[in-house]
Structures are given as C-alpha cells and as structure tokens.
Ligand binder design. Sequence first.
Ligand SMILES: Cc1cc2nc3c(=O)[nH]c(=O)nc-3n(C[C@H](O)[C@H](O)[C@H](O)COP(=O)(O)O)c2cc1C
Length: 210
Amino acid sequence: MNKVLDKLNWRYATKKFDSSKKVSTENLETLLNAGRLTASSYGLQPYEFFVIEDTDTRTKLRAASYDQSQITDASYVIVLANKPTFDVTMIDDYIANIMAIRGLSKDDLEGFSQTMKSTLLGLSDAHKNAWTSNQAYIVLGNLMTIAAEMEIDTCPMEGFDKAQYNEILGLTDKGLNAAVVLAVGYRSAEDDTQNYLKVRYSKEQIITHI
Ligand SMILES: Cc1cc2nc3c(=O)[nH]c(=O)nc-3n(C[C@H](O)[C@H](O)[C@H](O)COP(=O)(O)O)c2cc1C
C-alpha cells in the first residue's frame, strides 16, 4: 500500500462538514505553521492568512459565497489574502528580515535585492496581482495536502465574491485581497460526495516523460 496516495485518495473537497466536530487548536496551529513554511518565489511570501471562527463574520462570508454551507459548518475558514500590488517597501522589509534572521549585512544582500527589484517593480498592477495570487495558491495546495496527512478535511473554495470578502474582512485597507479560501474541519457522515470516485486523467493522458 502507498500511504501517500492513500491519504490523497482519502481527501476530497468536502461539501458538508460535521459542525459538531472541531479541529483542535493544536492541529490548527500545526496546519498554519505548515502553511507558513510553504515555499514562495524569492521567499517573498506576498500574502497573509486570516483564520475566521467568529459566527457573525462567517454568516456574512457565507452569504458572499453563494450560500455554501462549508463556510459556517467547518471548524475554521482560512482566507488566503494576496497583495494585489506592492512597491519597494515589500522587498526592503523582506531584506531586513533576512538580515535579522541570518545575521547578514545590507551589502551582503544588495545583489539579491536588486534582482528582485528589477524583476518585480516594473510589472503592471494586474501582473503583480496575478503573481502574488499564484503564490497564495501554493499555500492552498500545501494546506490541503498537510491537512489530509493529518486526516483533517478541507474544501478549497474559489466560489465567493472577492469584493465582498475584502469589505467584510477589511482587507483592502490592509493592502490585501481575498485570493482563495480553505474550509477546514471534519466531514459529515451524510456527505455523499466522500463516496464519489475520483475523476482524474490517466497517467498516459496527463504525464509525458521526455
Ligand atoms: C482553487 C479551487 C477552488 C474550488 N472552489 C470550490 C468551491 O467554491 N466550492 C466547492 O464546493 N468546491 C470547490 N473546489 C473543489 C473542486 O471542485 C474539487 O477539488 C475537484 O472537483 C476535485 O475533486 P476532489 O478535490 O474531491 O478530489 C475548488 C477546488 C479548487 C482547487
């Protein structure tokens, strides 16, 4: 038996959570730290995590999510928010963080800093938004996989109104944008979706070895 594939076959995009079962704060902490350890381009981490437990906020978010029940019935809703635009400050802050953590000087990092600035600062806002949003999706993938490893259920969600999420969570004022959502909890025994066979292209259709 391949344990990795067993876990990935076990996971599915949960449609109905059991609201009486709650993921422990310790497991949530592990999951969030796993998310924080996700790789990002240059290591810039151009996103933040918002963990929503508050009932009133979740009721509002559900209304902004085509009434999908996962938003109120999961243990937690994690909103991954990307930076829709950025300037030199984001790069300078990151360089300062590396200096502090690795005990390096500004001069040590000047080449790296200039590389990031010349590559990223000239991008259009639309391109910056797409690029930082892509980074947030890498976090999403990691969170889903790690959760499955821990036998915690998740539902990745794009079915929501970003403008409404930004308003409800005050993200725009923080220079952020709701990129994608992950509901985290335990599946309901009544969720028939858990019994559906996986629909995936075959290896022959989707993988090319060169
Ligand atoms: C980025 C992304 C957004 C998704 N948005 C939703 C959503 O809003 N609501 C939902 O019920 N499922 C959503 N899904 C779940 C997919 O439909 C599901 O992952 C896909 O059909 C494969 O099935 P499985 O994950 O159960 O194996 C989303 C999945 C991804 C990766």
